[in-house]
Structure formats: C-alpha cells, structure tokens
Design a protein around this ligand. Structure first.
Ligand SMILES: C[S@@+](CC[C@H](N)C(=O)[O-])C[C@H]1O[C@@H](n2cnc3c(N)ncnc32)[C@H](O)[C@@H]1O
Length: 237
C-alpha cells in the first residue's frame, strides 16, 4: 500500500481544483460567507504594508488564481487595470459577469489559462504588481508557479501573496473533505515562502502577519500572511 505522501505526490491537484471550483464557484459565497470580507481584508493589509505599490494612474496588475473576483473587486479602485487569471472557466465567467454588472469591465477582465512563464503567453504583457490571495495553499508546485509569475513581472515589480501561515505546532489546518484540493494542509511557513520566492529570482523578501481571522474551511483561528518580493532591476518601489 502506498503512503499518504506518495499518494499526495501522484494526485493531480490542478485538475482536482479545476473540477472543484467549476462546481462550487457559483455557490462560493453561500458556502464561505466570509470570502468577500477576506478579499477586502487582504487588499487593506497589502495597501497598509506597501502603499507605494498601488497607484490608480499607473499600476497594472495580474491577479493570479483570481476566482470569482472577490479580491480583484476590492483591489480595483486602487489600481489602473487588473487581468485576472484562473484555471476554472466557471470562476472566470462569474468574474467577468460581476465586472460587467459593476460597469468596470474596462478595468478588470479575467481569462482562463495556465501559465508556464514563456514568451507568447498573456500576449507578452508584463505587470507592475502580481497578486495571489487565498490560493497558494491550493497550488501543488508553488516553486514552478512562482517562477512563472516572476517572468510576468516588470523589473522592479512586486509579487504579493496572501495565504494561511503554518502554525508553530505544525498541525493540519484543513479537514479531510478538502484534502483533494489542498496540497499545503498545514499552511505555509516563512522559510518555505522565502525559499520559493528567492529560487524564482525575486529579491527583498518580506513576510508579515495579518490580524488573526477565523476561516470556515479550517474552523479555527488562523494567521494569514502577506509575503512580498521584487523582481530585480528597474525602478525600485
Ligand atoms: C479560494 S479561491 C480564491 C480566489 C480569489 N483569489 C479570491 O481571493 O477571491 C482559490 C482559487 O484558486 C484557483 N486555483 C486553484 N489551483 C490553481 C492553480 N494551480 N493555478 C491557478 N489557479 C488555481 C481556483 O480555481 C480558485 O478560483
């Protein structure tokens, strides 16, 4: 019989997430009533910690794993333009519908795609800021993903990730029903995030805690973090 670690190594988390979020996107806010508020809290913390990264006249953002747009909607008033990207087509459709309903389709639009960090992807666009909220714990190879995201940053641009911090006692944070879609069940530690960001070639790594919040999937008080690093070169913000 194979070990849980080996089963996890062979499980296709990307495909499982795509199926899960295609199925749950339209009821996400019923299943997780705090999701909209979480988007606001993450944007507020990012703006509070790194105000210079948000310029309404200039900042072009890639919101990676954008889901149905809850984080992007909170971010939109503070930046010039947002491209959302997600692997779930249903989530992307809801994102674009919400943007249309709010009359902000010119300012935020989402696409369904996967990224490798290669020429030709995303029409060769480069971004001042890349954000990812509440999604790194769903991504099996955060090393590969961070490397791909670093490719899409302009020199001097920043990557900001909001996610759940690994508690010091190493306890598992997600109940069994989420194990199919959450490879990082113990959250993410500062050491892991530093290693992942730095091996993607990003510099000036920092990770700061957000105020403690209770999140339904974990059922307990969790500490969320904002991790940030920059692509070398260009104008340093
Ligand atoms: C909990 S939702 C967060 C959505 C959004 N960032 C927000 O804060 O409202 C997680 C999202 O990550 C997406 N996702 C999961 N695995 C992914 C992957 N490997 N690449 C890109 N997106 C992924 C899911 O489709 C889902 O929309």
């Amino acid at each position: 019989m194979s070990s849980p670690e080996s089963q996890q190594a062979h499980h296709d988390f990307v495909q499982a997430n795509k199926i899960y979020f295609d199925e749950h996107a339209d009821k996400l806010e019923q299943e997780h009533p705090q999701a909209r508020q979480l988007g606001i809290i993450c944007v507020d913390a990012m703006r509070d910690y790194y105000p210079a990264l948000f310029d309404k006249e200039r900042t072009k953002v890639l919101d990676y794993a954008c889901g149905t747009g809850l984080f992007s909607l909170a971010l939109r008033p503070h930046v010039k333009h947002i491209v959302g990207l997600d692997i779930s087509q249903v989530s992307v459709d809801i994102y674009n519908r919400k943007a249309a309903e709010e009359g902000v389709s010119e300012e935020m639009e989402a696409v369904c795609a996967t990224l490798e960090g290669k020429p030709g992807e995303l029409l060769d666009a480069k971004f001042d800021l890349i954000t990812c909220s509440a999604a790194y714990h769903h991504i099996p190879s955060i090393e590969d993903t961070t490397r791909a995201l670093a490719y899409f940053l302009k020199p001097g641009g920043s990557l900001l990730v909001a996610d759940i911090k690994a508690p010091p006692d190493g306890k598992e944070l997600f109940p069994k029903k989420y194990h199919d879609v959450v490879p990082h069940r113990n959250g993410l530690s500062k050491d892991t995030m530093r290693m992942v960001f730095e091996s993607a070639g990003l510099v000036d790594f920092e990770m700061k805690d957000m105020p403690p919040i209770k999140i339904a999937p974990t059922g307990m008080d969790t500490v969320w973090f904002i991790a940030r690093a920059m692509k070398p070169g260009g104008e340093r913000i």
